[in-house]
Design a binder for this molecule. Structure first.
Ligand code: PXG
Length: 468
């Protein structure tokens, strides 16, 4: 890993002015940029990023759940440069292929759970989920069960921003802005113990929440249900870690009614939960897996679908040509980056380290943060963790008194996190991290120290502003 320590100087004000004038950002309220310019990130090394004012910030969010092997990996740069020199692009349509895409397909299917022998490449997680919708519909047509059209998803799920991705997702704010949500997609509740598990143990709640799937299947008629889709751990929805009983019960229900199970591993894949795929950790045997982000650690965009034998055999043997694909499906440069990223994950045993050392250590660090007067609940799995800011702590999580959402305490806290030198994401009043998998135990202590400082500053501010 390189650490040059060299910092070019930047004209932050000019960059911010040009940014505000011309760059339409995703998921951003642009009136905000006029009041306060964007923070311009200029470089990264290991678990740290630097802004244009040369402020060092510990990146608790791995870019955006992406940079699993950390910043500054020159071997990925070299692999990409070499591939660009050799063959910067060729398509994989019409019976052509390329070497990195072939090698990566073999690598991914070897790492995947049993029964996965095919990969379909896309450029992003959203395209992966769009591809899955088309594959699922095609599968049931080929099975002579065209009525099986409906895909069941969950409230607060995030499956992307394309029309199909946003429709699969259960984000009310996205649905409200998109006109007609794609037909044939319905949503059930999420396994959020804190907000829906009153009067139950975690295990009881897991079975209860999975039961909402069976209720929905019966309501729709099993003959009309194509698939269920879920993130093993919901990420953008606030790191909702389901009880251990949840996914095995979901699996049982999918098996019982013969419906396809789709795991959206865009965040949970490539080591995040301490295994190559989160499905393995949570007891899911999916038929289709969406992946992106960690496959290249975000160095180059790449996504895809791992297609299990049940679906692949039908598509290939009965389907003929599948009229679907993207110009950048199997992009040689992206695949070369992924191969080197995976080599790093293997050679440095990063996933074993998450499972055996840093994941448990992060859990301990968050358990300690739960003693803070503002924190009503904290949990973690592998290298994702979250804590809930509450106005008053109760005897159990269900007795906590939340802040009025309108006060925006999560965003106040996020601001203090930045000032204290750590990126932590706010989902309402839930503060979350998903740090690079290269983070050491000492660096987890450093991150937790910065988080505690920011919590203290948040507490002081909410007290001073009469919000308690
Ligand atoms: N599935 C999941 C589970 C995701 O987290 C996507 C699909 C879509 O991937 P692309 O590559 O099309 O963005 C994602 C993306 C957030 C945030 O606020 C999370 C994502 C994207 C943007 C913001 O945490 N995840």
């Amino acid at each position: 890993m390189i650490s040059t320590g060299v910092h070019a100087s930047f004209d932050t004000a000019a960059l911010q002015a040009a940014d505000a004038a011309h760059f339409l950002h995703p998921f951003s309220d642009h009136t905000g940029f006029l009041e306060k310019g964007a923070r311009v990130i200029v470089r990264g090394d290991g678990i740290y990023i630097w802004d244009s004012e040369n402020k060092q910030i510990l990146d608790g969010m791995s870019g955006l759940w992406c940079v699993n092997v950390g910043y500054g990996r020159t071997s990925i740069t070299q692999a990409v440069a070499k591939q660009m020199d050799t063959l910067p692009f060729y398509n994989s349509f019409f019976h052509t292929s390329n070497v990195p895409a072939i090698e990566l397909a073999a690598t991914l299917t070897a790492l995947a759970p049993p029964g996965f022998n095919k990969v379909f490449y896309t450029g992003s997680g959203s395209e992966a989920n769009d591809t899955i919708v088309r594959m699922v519909r095609r599968y049931w047509h080929l099975q002579d069960q065209p009525a099986r059209q409906t895909i069941i998803s969950r409230v607060n799920a995030y499956h992307g921003s394309t029309i199909a991705g946003a429709s699969l997702g259960g984000m009310a704010g996205m649905h409200a802005q998109m006109g007609t949500v794609l037909g044939g997609i319905v949503h059930i509740g999420q396994p959020d113990y804190v907000h829906a598990g009153q009067g139950m143990t975690q295990d009881q709640f897991g079975v209860h929440a999975a039961g909402w799937l069976e209720d929905k299947i019966r309501e729709l008629g099993p003959e009309n249900v194509a698939a269920f889709i879920g993130e093993p751990v919901q990420g953008a929805g606030g790191v909702i870690i389901p009880p251990a009983t949840y996914w095995p019960e979901i699996q049982r229900i999918c098996d019982k009614y013969g419906i396809l199970l789709i795991a959206d591993e865009v965040i949970c894949g490539f080591g995040r939960l301490g295994a190559w795929f989160g499905s393995t950790v949570l007891g899911i045997r999916p038929d289709l897996i969406a992946f992106a982000k960690g496959v290249t650690s975000g160095y180059v965009p790449l996504g895809g679908v791992l297609v299990g034998d049940r679906v692949a055999d039908v598509l290939i043997q009965q389907g003929g040509e599948f009229n679907h694909g993207f110009t950048y499906s199997g992009h040689p440069v992206a695949c070369a980056a992924a191969l080197e990223n995976i080599r790093i994950l293997v050679d440095e045993q990063l996933i074993e380290r998450v499972a055996g050392a840093t994941g448990p250590y992060l859990k301990g660090a968050f358990a300690a943060l739960a003693t803070h007067p503002l924190v009503g609940y904290a949990d973690s799995l592998g290298m994702v963790a979250g804590l809930n800011l509450v106005r008053v702590k109760g005897a159990t999580v269900h007795d906590n008194v939340p802040f009025d959402a309108k006060l925006g305490v999560g965003m106040i806290c996020r601001g203090h996190m930045f000032d204290c030198g750590v990126v932590m994401r706010a989902v309402g009043e839930r503060m979350i991290v998903a740090p690079p998998l290269v983070m050491t135990c000492a660096q987890i202590d450093e991150m937790a120290g910065r988080i505690r400082n920011a919590l203290d500053l948040t507490l002081a501010e909410v007290k001073a502003r009469g919000m308690l």
